[in-house]
Design a protein. Structure first.
Length: 95
């Protein structure tokens, strides 16, 4: 039996969604390798940004299920808590 999965990646300039058919027992790492996205987008580093299946972070050795959507995440540009603090300080100083 085979698995049908999608691998999604969004750079600031473009979004890509690849549909793949993989053998049963395949992992997230297998899907990333088969997608070829790392050759197309050399900035992809699953170790730094992480990967998820439908928004839930997973490890590269996570086994896949039929119809999974693997999302390649990018590292955060700024710490969300620190960005919120900076906005609050700027708003307070503007008063």
């Amino acid at each position: 039996m085979s698995l049908r999965v999608e691998v999604a990646y969004a750079s600031p300039q473009r979004q890509v969604l690849r549909a793949l058919t993989l053998p049963e027992g395949s992992t997230v790492a297998d899907a990333l390798r088969e997608s070829g996205l790392a050759r197309e987008f050399p900035e992809i580093d699953p170790e730094a940004g992480g990967v998820g299946i439908y928004g839930r972070r997973v490890r590269l050795d996570e086994p896949l299920r039929d119809l999974d959507r693997i999302e390649i995440l990018r590292p955060l540009v700024a710490d969300p808590k620190e960005a919120r603090r900076a906005r609050a300080r700027a708003k307070h100083q503007a008063r």
